[in-house]
Structures are given as structure tokens and as C-alpha cells.
Design a protein around this ligand. Structure first.
Ligand SMILES: *Cc1c(COP(=O)(O)O)cnc(C)c1O
Length: 674
């Protein structure tokens, strides 16, 4: 059974209180312990009345946390009484009552869009309480309109509706409108009618209860179908769904966590359990889930245009976003080419770099250089420039030849070599290679400063700048793959900014839409772009494009995402949180199995080792990283490891309190390890 239901109405005077009271009495007669909560009341004595009628012994300030004298909308009544609404007070009451009772009936104030404070309506309160809604409508003229508006608005908010109860507010409730209302509204809105209350001249509650007791659909109002739902979904998942990067043989044995909702920095599963999203839903989420500004922007665009091609046509959001991206990107990147994932952004970059030299007559410049332990995606082109054996070695027969150069894992520099000096030594080797072979080299692709998938390897200061210098000097294009590091993740909008580096090509994806929709962009300089401007007959066009290139919904999400950065000064607010996170990360170092802790901004890697002295890793089969992340779920945190490296990459919006929650959970799990 549910813990609570929320009673709202199509407007004031429809009979919310009557329905709440009658429902309470009926359920009490059926042997249930029923509580009542009226979060806000403006004038009148509804709360006291229901309290007395249901013989509740709770303090009136628990039943009714906000009482205001004036008969006004809550926000005005509160303002005039110089009071501030704090949701936590309501939540506290609800928790108290739901512990004591089988069910709490929560009665709203006015209708769904009655404002409680600036920008916060009754519908927001319902959403925050996470309750299903019963809507009370009064029969009569105008009811179809009122009720349909209410239902549409509920849908807009994503509220779950149990159904409608019709109330007869006049003795003349037998007119043609009154008679036809329930059936027509049910038909038009496909919403269940849970009951119809007749007109009562005198409110003798015992009699009312007797009269309607058997006709109300209590089951539809109270039964909680979520649990069965989870089981059914689980079996369907195992029957049809093939998960990425997952050994499905193991998956079949486990109980999957099925996410149904997102709220701020939390994910909520089908059972209603909340988890802090410790890796931003695989490094994509930026400002939290269901961010109002981004939701609203997408909805607005959805009502205009969902998609139209960029092949031979243009569209409004794609144009606006390209301008915005050029504004926020490192100087010199003036052209934007869209695609739909990090991998395709890299494919585009590689093809542009290669074709650029062909187009301008440097036919020998064909080789792509990349770092040995890099990761640039899973399509074959991006796998070709990847170096993580585990992900790439099976496909070796399918990929093109590249020049792979060594670069140290900061924690595991070879014997006798010291870090960071060894990193600079590696760069000098690259420089030697470049000066020797620059005529053959088209481009050098790197993940600037943080090599994510390799295990959150963070470069020492100055390496990226050196790489830029040797690329310029040798006429090699520098491709910065900022798919993971872009959009604030390391504390600056783009990681290249830390060393004032201007790449020739930059790849963006993951955080680009704030974690909403698949969209990627490859940015280039005018110089490269101009290398594609020829007469049509020369066939030097960039022959590339995906069906969904520049999708208007995705571009709209990306625009809204960047606007939130500006409006909320996200990057400024991050700085003290980065400092705090770094302070707390120090607590990991003394732990028995923690070999190394590294971070740049909100990209964190905690490397677990079997033996701290020798740096001996845990064997792959031990699945230590996977186990730690599994355990962390018990403490309400979702993580995803990279082998033996525990990754923390929270949404940029995370609060200090949530950082503490994240760190404490991981500390506990790592401490309990063996
Ligand atoms: C994730 C990632 C990619 C691939 O992005 P997808 O959207 O998964 O294709 C490419 N480069 C880097 C640096 C990444 O972290």
C-alpha cells in the first residue's frame, strides 16, 4: 500500500476537505490507521475540523505546519504574514505521520497551480513529496474545461494521477451538465473516475460514509503496483536487452537496478529508492537531473520542431548553438560540425585532419599519432587511435595503422624513472619523432590533461602546453578530445584553458547537452575550414554527416545547458567545492588498499591495489572495482569503476553535503575491503 495520497482539486470550493474527511472515515472503518496533513491553510478551520472528525491526537502544528489568517493564495498570505515557506517543515510532518499511520491523506491548497512561494506551486509540492494524486472536481458547467486543464498540467509536471472524484456542490446537481460530466471527462482524458459524491444538505458524516462507502474505488486509490512492476521489468530486461560493456552471463544472475526518475543529483529506482549519482550517469550529467531550465527548453522546442536535416537545410537551434559554442570555446575555433556521440566527434576530427592535408596538396601527411593508453571511443576509427588493450585488442584486425607513443601513467612510471620528470622526457621523445617524421604526420590526438578511461591519469602542469608547442613547430594538427573533460568537469569550461592552449580541432560530446540527449560537436579553426573550400567539381567537400546531425532538440538542450552555466555561475561555485573535495580525498591515502588518489576538478580516480608497497594490482578477475561500486549502492551511491580505479565524477551542482555523503559512502566500502 502507498504511504500517502495527495488530494487536490480543479479549483477552490470543489470539496477537497469533504473528500479527505470522508475518505479518512471510510478507511478507518476498514481498520486502517489514517493520518491527515494539510501543509498550508489560508483562513478557515479545515485542518482542525478533519483532525477532530478523524479523532487524531497529533499536534495541530504537525497536521498543519503553515496556518495563515487571510483567505488568499498561499504565497500572498505568507508574504503578508512575513513568513517563509520551507518544504523541509512539510516533509518533516509527513515523515512523522507516515511512520505512525498506515496512510496519510495530504490535502492541498487551491488547485495545482496555486502558488506557495515565488516559482513554487502546489504541483511542485506534490512532486517533492512524491505522492500520487486524487483530483476532486465539482460537477457543473465549465467542469470539463477545469478538469482537463488540471489533468494536462499534472501531466506536464509528471505527476501520477490515481483518478477523479466528482462532488456535487449544489442541490441542483441533477442538470444535464452534472449528469454528463463524469463520463465525458473520463472519455476525453482517459482518466479513471474513482467515485461520485451526491449532494448533502446537512453534513452528517456517518450517513455520508454509509452512502458512498461501497461505490468509491479504494483499490485504485491505495494499491501500490510498483513492486510487481519491477519484477516484470527485470524479466523483460533479461529477455531482450543487451547492455553495453557488460558480460551478459553475469548480468543474468544479478538483480538489476532499474532507474525510473531523476531529481537533482539523485537517481530514483522503480522501488522509489534514491541514489546519489556519483559518476554523473557516466560522465554526462552537468547541472543535475530534470533541470527545470533544460526540461522547459526542450519541451518548448518539441512543440515547434523535433527534427529536420542539416543536409541541404539549416535549423534555428543548430545555428544558435554553433554561435554559442564558438563564444565559449578556446580562441580560434570558429567552425562547428555536429554529430551524435564522442566517438563520432573523434571520427569527424580524424577525417577532417586527414582530408585537410590531402585537400591542400600535402599528400604524404597521412599518419595519426596518439598516446599509448588513450581512449577516444568505440567506433572503429576511434578504436584505431585508442590504446586500452582491454577495449581494443579483439578488433585489431579491423582497425587502421597509427603511430602510438608512450606516455607514463603517473603512478606507475618505470623503474628508475621519476615522475613528473619522466612525463617531460616522454614529450621530448615525441618531439624527436615529430622533427624526424613531421612530413608524414597529419595530427596528434590527445585527451588534454586528464586521460579518463585510462584510469583518470592526470598530467603534470606544463605537459599540454609542451605538446601544443611541438605540434605548432612541426606543422602537426593538435586534436583535443574534450569529450570527457569539457563543460566544467575539471573546473574550467574546457580543460585546454588551464594552460591557455588553442587546439586546431576540439571534440565535444558527453556534457554538451547537460547529459540530456546524444549530441556531439567537432570544432575547427578557419584555417582548416578554408582547406575545404574549393570548386564543386574538385570533389574536396567534407563527405561526412549523420542522419541526426544538428538535431534541434539536442541543440536546444545544449544551448540551455550553457545558459545555466552563465546564469548560475556554475564554474565559480565549483571552486570552493573542488578545494573541499580535494581535502576530503586525502582521507583515502592512508587506507590499506589505496595506492593512489588523483584528480583534476571533479574528475577523480582512486586506484586500489593488492599490495601498497609493490603497487601490485588486484587481479582482473577479482572484480574489485565492481565490488566496491556494488557495495556503495547499499549506502545510496551509484558509481561505475574503471578496472581497479574507483571513479568519482559528480554533477557540477553537487553540494558540500552531498560531497560528504559521496565520500563517506566510498570510504566505508573501501575500508571494509578484505
Ligand atoms: C567517452 C569518451 C569518448 C566516446 O564518447 P561516446 O559518446 O561514448 O562515443 C571519446 N573520448 C573520450 C575522451 C571519452 O571519454
Amino acid at each position: 500500500m502507498k504511504k500517502g495520497i495527495f488530494i487536490t482539486a480543479t479549483d477552490t470550493g470543489a470539496g477537497k476537505t469533504l473528500v479527505s474527511a470522508v475518505l479518512g472515515l471510510i478507511l478507518q472503518r476498514k481498520g486502517l490507521k489514517v493520518g491527515y496533513l494539510k501543509p498550508v491553510q489560508c483562513a478557515g478551520n479545515d485542518a482542525t475540523f478533519v483532525k477532530n472528525l478523524l479523532k487524531l491526537d497529533d499536534d495541530i502544528t504537525v497536521i498543519n505546519p503553515y496556518y495563515l489568517k487571510e483567505p488568499l493564495s498561499p504565497h500572498l498570505a505568507l508574504r503578508r504574514a512575513r513568513k517563509k515557506f520551507d518544504f523541509r517543515r512539510v516533509k518533516e510532518s509527513f515523515c512523522k505521520l507516515s511512520e505512525k499511520y498506515d496512510l496519510v491523506i495530504v490535502e492541498g491548497a487551491g488547485g495545482l497551480m496555486a502558488p506557495i512561494r515565488e516559482g513554487y506551486f502546489v504541483a511542485d509540492l506534490i512532486k517533492d513529496l512524491g505522492l500520487e494524486v486524487v483530483i476532486v472536481a465539482r460537477k457543473g458547467l465549465g467542469t470539463i474545461n477545469h478538469t482537463t486543464l488540471t489533468l494536462k498540467q499534472a501531466e506536464e509536471y509528471g505527476l501520477k494521477i490515481s483518478g477523479l472524484i466528482f462532488n456535487s456542490t449544489h442541490c441542483s446537481s441533477t442538470g444535464i451538465a452534472q449528469k454528463t460530466n463524469p463520463k465525458e471527462i473520463q472519455r476525453i482524458n482517459k482518466t479513471k473516475v474513482l467515485g461520485i459524491l451526491p449532494y448533502f444538505r446537512v453534513r452528517k458524516y456517518d450517513e455520508i460514509v454509509k452512502k458512498v462507502e461501497d461505490s468509491l474505488d479504494l483499490k485504485a486509490m491505495l494499491s501500490d503496483s510498483e513492486c510487481e512492476n519491477t519484477k516484470a521489468l527485470e524479466s523483460l530486461d533479461k529477455k531482450h536487452l543487451w547492455h553495453p560493456f557488460t558480460q551478459m552471463k553475469d548480468w543474468a544472475k544479478e538483480e538489476p537496478l532499474i532507474i525510473e526518475k531523476g531529481e537533482g543529483n539523485y537517481l530514483i529506482d522503480t522501488e522509489g529508492k534514491r541514489y546519489l549519482d556519483g559518476v554523473s550517469s557516466l560522465w554526462v550529467n552537468v547541472h543535475g537531473h530534470c533541470k527545470k531550465e533544460i526540461n522547459d527548453a526542450i519541451k518548448k522546442q518539441l512543440n515547434k520542431l523535433e527534427h529536420s536535416t542539416l543536409l541541404g537545410l539549416s535549423n534555428v537551434p543548430a545555428i544558435k548553438l554553433s554561435k554559442k559554442l564558438v563564444e565559449v570555446a578556446p580562441k580560434g575555433l570558429n567552425k562547428v560540425f555536429y554529430s551524435d556521440s564522442g566517438s563520432t566527434a573523434v571520427e569527424v576530427a580524424l577525417k577532417i585532419a586527414y582530408q585537410y592535408w590531402q585537400n591542400i596538396g600535402e599528400n604524404k601527411k597521412t599518419q595519426i599519432v596518439h598516446l599509448a593508453n588513450s581512449y577516444h571511443g568505440d567506433t572503429l576509427g576511434s578504436v584505431s587511435v585508442g590504446g586500452i588493450d582491454l577495449f581494443h585488442k579483439v578488433y585489431r584486425g579491423l582497425i587502421f595503422k597509427t603511430i602510438k607513443v608512450d606516455f607514463p601513467d603517473c603512478y606507475r612510471a618505470p623503474k628508475g624513472k621519476k615522475y613528473p620528470a619522466y612525463a617531460f622526457e616522454c614529450v621530448r621523445n615525441i618531439e624527436r619523432l615529430f622533427s624526424k617524421d613531421s612530413k608524414k604526420i597529419a595530427a596528434f590526438i590527445v585527451e588534454p590533461i586528464v586521460q579518463g578511461a585510462a584510469g583518470m591519469i592526470v598530467w603534470p602542469k606544463g605537459i599540454l602546453k609542451e605538446i601544443e608547442r611541438i605540434c605548432r613547430k612541426n606543422n602537426v594538427l593538435l586534436i583535443a578530445d574534450e569529450v570527457a573533460t569539457g563543460f566544467g568537469r575539471t573546473g574550467k569550461m574546457f580543460t585546454c584553458e588551464h594552460e591557455n592552449v588553442r587546439p586546431d580541432i576540439m571534440c565535444l560530446a558527453k556534457g554538451l547537452t547537460g547529459g540530456y540527449l546524444p549530441l556531439a560537436a567537432t570544432l575547427t579553426t578557419d584555417e582548416i575550414y578554408n582547406g575545404f573550400l574549393f570548386d564543386y567539381k574538385e570533389q574536396k567537400t567534407f563527405f561526412h554527416g549523420h542522419t541526426y546531425t544538428g538535431n534541434p532538440l539536442a541543440c536546444t538542450a545544449a544551448l540551455a545547458n550553457i545558459e545555466v552555466f552563465e546564469k548560475e555561475k556554475t564554474l565559480n561555485h565549483m571552486q570552493p567545492k573542488i578545494k573541499y573535495l580535494e581535502k576530503r580525498l586525502k582521507e583515502f591515502l592512508p587506507l590499506k588498499h589505496v595506492g593512489d588518489v588523483r584528480n583534476k576538478g571533479f574528475m577523480v580516480g582512486i586506484e586500489l591495489v593488492k599490495d601498497k608497497k609493490t603497487k601490485e594490482p588486484f587481479p582482473w578477475e577479482a572484480k574489485v572495482g565492481v565490488k566496491v561500486c556494488r557495495e556503495a549502492r547499499l549506502y545510496g551511491v551509484i558509481l561505475r569503476p574503471l578496472g581497479n580505479v574507483i571513479v568519482l565524477m559528480p554533477p557540477l551542482n553537487i553540494s558540500i553535503k552531498e560531497i560528504n555523503c559521496l565520500i563517506s559512502a566510498v570510504l566505508r566500502v573501501v575500508r571494509e575491503l578484505y
